[in-house]
Design a protein around this ligand. Structure first.
Ligand code: ZN
Length: 184
C-alpha cells in the first residue's frame, strides 16, 4: 500500500487558503488519525522536517514535525550549532497558536516541500512558544528556539495561506543546486 500523499506545489489555491481549525472531537476520528499517519510517512519520504495539512490538500490546522539525527547527518557539528539545530522527535500540533517570545530575528536559508528545488533566506523570530492539541486530544505547550522555532513558524504560516516566498529576502532566491554550489 502506498502510504504517502501528493505534496501540492506553489500556485495551488489550497496553499493560499486560511485552513479551518479542527474540533477537538474530530481528533480521534479515523479520518484524522489516518491523515496524521500518512502525513508522517509523506514527510519522511520527501524528506522534510515539517509538513502542514494544506500541503497535502487538506485545509485543516494540523502540522507534523520531526527533525531526526538522520535528517541532520549531512551537516557538520559546526553547521548544526550555527543553525541552533537540535534533534526534535516526531510530534503533531493541532490548532497551534504561536507566541513570539523574543524580538530577536535570525536570517537563514530555508526551503519548502511545496516550492521544490529552491532555497531562500527568510528572517524568523529566534524564540517562540506554541500551544496546541496533540494527536491524543491533549493540550500541549512547547518552547522552541533556533531551527525548531523556524520550522514552527514556517509550518504555522502554511495554515494561514502564507508561504516562505512571502517573507524571503527576494534577492537570495536560489536553486537548491546553486545553494549547494555557492551558499552553503
Ligand atoms: Zn513549506
Amino acid at each position: 500500500m502506498n502510504s504517502t500523499l501528493k505534496i501540492i506545489q506553489v500556485g495551488h489555491p489550497t496553499l493560499r487558503r486560511v485552513a479551518r481549525p479542527l474540533d477537538p472531537a474530530e481528533i480521534a476520528t479515523p479520518k484524522i488519525q489516518t491523515l496524521i499517519d500518512m502525513m508522517r510517512e509523506t514527510m519522511r519520504d520527501a524528506p522534510g522536517v515539517g509538513l502542514a495539512a494544506p500541503q497535502v490538500g487538506e485545509s485543516v490546522r494540523l502540522i507534523v514535525i520531526e527533525d531526526s539525527a538522520e535528517r541532520q547527518a549531512n551537516l557538520t557539528a559546526t553547521q548544526l550549532s550555527a543553525r541552533e539545530r537540535e534533534v526534535v522527535p516526531f510530534h503533531v500540533l493541532i490548532n497551534p497558536e504561536l507566541e513570539f517570545a523574543s524580538s530577536e530575528s535570525v536570517a537563514a536559508y530555508e526551503g519548502c516541500l511545496s516550492f521544490a528545488s529552491f532555497m531562500m533566506v527568510v528572517p524568523r523570530t529566534r524564540r517562540v512558544r506554541v500551544r496546541a492539541w496533540n494527536e491524543h486530544g491533549e493540550r500541549i505547550e512547547r518552547d522552541a528556539f533556533g531551527w525548531y522555532a523556524r520550522i514552527l513558524q514556517h509550518e504555522v504560516d502554511h495554515l494561514d495561506g502564507t508561504l516562505c516566498v512571502d517573507r524571503m529576502e527576494a534577492r537570495t532566491l536560489t536553486s537548491t543546486d546553486n545553494y549547494g554550489r555557492y551558499h552553503r
